[in-house]
Write a protein that binds this ligand. Structure first.
Ligand code: FAD
Ligand code: SF4
Length: 338
């Protein structure tokens, strides 16, 4: 039995005060990742600070026509929120592609951003893992690395970020609102998650003692030409081998604006400005999409068991761009289940 203290924060200031007095404490939202990590002895917080009573469960319009999503809005509530379904359907679709209905009912927006990798070795405390214990080594590089990264990995960690929601937030260019002892700050989504580099123990640019308060969406939501395509080992309740979120603006057959991001291939949702630039002004056809997939995969690096991901990623990119261009987005099988 590993003892820990439990405290319930009444507001954001109280949560910040509680964590400032104990920097090894952890915030508890839905608990769907943190409690698993504690049960497996990966996380050993001395204190849990329950933030579920904080007033961060609202979705509000912003003055510029976007939306502000409180960090405690549950994944199900977000996916079914009418303005999200209408204006940001790629986000609703990505959320519905993740986990199970019960998990989505409990999981929060902030917790989804901060969930940790599903690398088996990270969860297995008897094996070396630089993310869990810096300097101990990476068991995945020469081990079972079927789920691991093909882009942006380092010599010390080849883990991938497991979130579906975050892949959609990447193309929406969301902003993350955080608060800490020194005040509020806003982090561009592209800067929130990190590549592993030499410090794989740090998943994000969130500083110790900071709390995520909200995710802000800009007005642009790609409500017509979008898709979220997720390929996994079974149709539901499995993490992505490769996923692709796409948002396009078309002028007839010509691509005016293009954004796409991949999940399951890197330590963070993977966007490539060069590949996106190669779509703009081009005809929306298979030749364009194939050329763009080649650009995206120019620096790809696979390991013994995940070479299949290179071809899978190429085909997923072409298929997802085709779906978005045709206005025929991927339908998530769990969309109708409540
Ligand atoms: C079996 C299973 C299958 C899953 N499948 C998928 C899947 O296919 N796709 C997918 O995307 N996800 C999947 N998930 C992951 C799930 O989406 C996450 O566990 C969930 O989103 C985490 O949210 P939470 O509120 O429960 O976070 P918690 O577990 O409460 O917290 C996670 C981390 O975030 C921190 N935290 C939480 N809120 C804040 C905040 N506001 N500010 C600062 N820190 C905070 C906590 O301290 C903790 O470190 C799966 C999970 C399980 C258990
Ligand atoms: S890939 Fe990263 S998380 Fe997995 S064992 Fe290596 S260091 Fe640990």
């Amino acid at each position: 039995m590993i003892n820990f203290k439990y405290a319930r924060a009444s507001d954001v200031a109280d949560a910040l005060h509680l964590i400032a007095t104990d920097p090894t404490a952890k915030f508890l939202a839905g608990g769907t990742n943190l409690i698993d990590l504690m049960k497996m002895d990966v996380e050993r917080p001395t204190k849990i600070i329950d933030i579920n009573r904080l007033p961060l469960n609202q979705i509000e319009r912003t003055p510029n026509g976007g939306l502000r999503i409180g960090a405690l809005v549950r994944n199900t509530d977000l996916a079914y929120y009418p303005l999200i379904e209408q204006h940001y359907p790629v986000l609703a679709s990505a959320i519905m592609a993740g986990a199970s209905q019960q998990l989505r009912n409990a999981a929060s927006t902030g917790g989804n951003l901060l969930q940790r990798t599903r690398c088996h070795y990270f969860y297995d405390t008897v094996t070396p893992c630089n993310k869990r214990k810096p300097g101990s080594g990476c068991s995945a590089i020469k081990g079972h690395n079927r789920m691991h990264a093909i882009l942006g990995a380092s010599e010390v960690c080849i883990a991938v970020h497991p979130s579906d929601m975050c892949v959609a937030l990447a193309i929406l260019e969301a902003k993350i609102h955080v608060t800490g002892a020194t005040g509020d700050r806003v982090i561009a989504f592209a800067d929130f998650h990190r590549l592993p580099g030499d410090t794989p123990q740090r998943d994000t640019s969130l500083e110790t003692g900071e709390i995520v308060t909200a995710v802000e969406l800009p007005p642009q939501g790609f409500s017509k030409n979008y898709t979220y395509l997720k390929i996994r080992d079974r149709l539901s309740y499995a993490f992505a081998l490769v996923s692709v979120a796409v948002g396009l603006e078309l002028d007839g057959e010509t691509i005016k604006e293009a954004r796409f991001a991949l999940g399951g291939v890197a330590h963070k949702p993977w966007r490539d400005p060069q590949a996106e630039a190669a779509l703009r002004g081009q005809p929306a056809n298979t030749a364009t999409f194939s050329r763009v997939a080649d650009i995206l995969l120019r620096d790809v690096k696979a390991y013994e068991h995940n070479r299949f991901k290179i071809d899978l990623a190429r085909r997923c990119v072409v298929r997802a761009l085709t779906q978005a261009a045709r206005g025929t987005p991927q339908v998530q099988s769990s969309k109708k289940i409540m």
